[in-house]
Design a protein around this ligand. Structure first.
Ligand code: PHE
Length: 341
């Protein structure tokens, strides 16, 4: 019987099985109830008891060995089957994972930044939580200006100094001027906050991009040309601009800029309230008091600044009627915009 066991071991070791059917044959031949191992067990019962110990051990080893071999053959045959390369089309394009789209505010912000960076502006950013100095005082706001009222501005604390959510990104201009001497040519994109009741036309936060250029001999004509170039790149080469006198504490003279209505082409429609013009930004020559407050000599340098609301430009480009759509994150709305891919 010992020789039989040794011979079987060798036989099992040499057994080859390439398919599931051959593996099954192996199982039937060695491991099934009518298989060789079972009949060996039968035979084992009849051996004299003094041989039982040694033979029993050998039989057990054989059984383990056959089972291991069976598992090995089974694994090999199935992995061979699933890796049958001929059934895989390696030229098929990969599954297209949906990765969402860019937010319309980001699309328009990036467009605006691209236009101004082509004209030599670099991007500057600053904190959303600000102090009174950077948002108001350095920008020539008088102490009793209504923007300093709780009604218009979100204050975080008022003692010992006023800490607040910035109401415009002009604070980034102040921070840049404090740290750098001219020439300065920056655009400052960012989120701003104002204490307004939320409706289709107003929100308590929105996004702005402000521009600032300070150098020797900067004039209002430079400002006008840069803004015209921007308007035509953003809304088409036929776009006209007009500047109306206005007031901001930090610029003198100040103006508001309108563009010819994109929707009716200037003929007059409900969107432009039949005027043919829509307002898109505020601008002006930086007030000498602001330059002084930021450590720049107004006798040597002059400059201009402008500020525009990104939501406003996005509305014009994409005709979004309700401002709240921008922050509700309704996937059906967001999916209408260009893929982020
Ligand atoms: N900071 C102004 C606002 O928030 C916009 C502006 C910027 C106007 C720069 C003039 C110059 O309304």
């Amino acid at each position: 019987m010992v020789e039989k066991i040794e011979a079987l071991k060798k036989e099992v070791n040499d057994y080859k099985a390439d398919s599931a059917a051959q593996v099954e044959e192996f199982r039937l031949k060695y491991l099934s109830k009518k298989g060789i191992l079972s009949s060996l067990m039968e035979e084992f019962r009849t051996v004299p008891s003094e041989q039982k110990r040694e033979l029993g051990q050998k039989l057990n080893e054989l059984k383990n060995y056959v089972t291991e071999r069976y598992n090995f053959l089974k694994d090999n045959a199935t992995s061979k089957n699933t890796l049958d390369i001929s059934s895989i089309d390696l030229t098929r394009s990969a599954t297209n994972f949906p990765i969402g789209s860019r937010h319309p505010i980001s699309i328009v912000k990036n467009d605006i930044i691209r236009i101004f960076s082509d004209m030599g502006f670099t991007v500057a950013e600053g904190p959303e939580i600000e102090d009174d100095w950077h948002v108001f005082s350095s920008l020539n706001f008088p102490p009793d200006h209504p923007a300093r009222d709780m009604q218009d501005t979100f204050f975080i604390s008022r003692n010992p100094i006023d800490v607040l959510l910035r109401t415009h990104t002009s604070s980034v201009q102040t921070r840049t001027m404090e740290k750098n001497q001219p020439p300065i040519r920056i655009v400052c994109p960012g989120r701003v906050y104002r204490n307004e009741a939320i409706s289709a036309r107003a929100h308590c936060f929105f996004h702005q991009i402000e521009g600032l250029y300070i150098d020797k001999n900067v004039s209002f004509a430079d400002l006008r040309q840069v803004l015209l170039n921007f308007a035509q790149q953003m809304f088409g080469s036929e776009t006209k601009i007009r500047l109306r006198p206005s007031y901001f504490p930090f610029t003198e003279p100040s103006a508001e800029m309108d563009i010819s209505c994109d929707i009716c082409g200037g003929k007059g429609c409900p969107f432009c309230k039949e005027t043919g013009w829509v307002e898109i930004l505020g601008c002006g020559m930086v007030d000498p008091n602001v330059l002084k407050a930021c450590g720049i000599d107004p006798e040597i340098y002059s400059g201009y600044a402008f500020g525009l609301g990104i939501e406003r430009i996005t509305n014009l480009k994409y005709k979004v009627k309700d401002l709240r759509m921008f922050s509700e994150n309704d996937v059906r709305f967001l999916e209408e915009f260009e893929s982020a891919r």
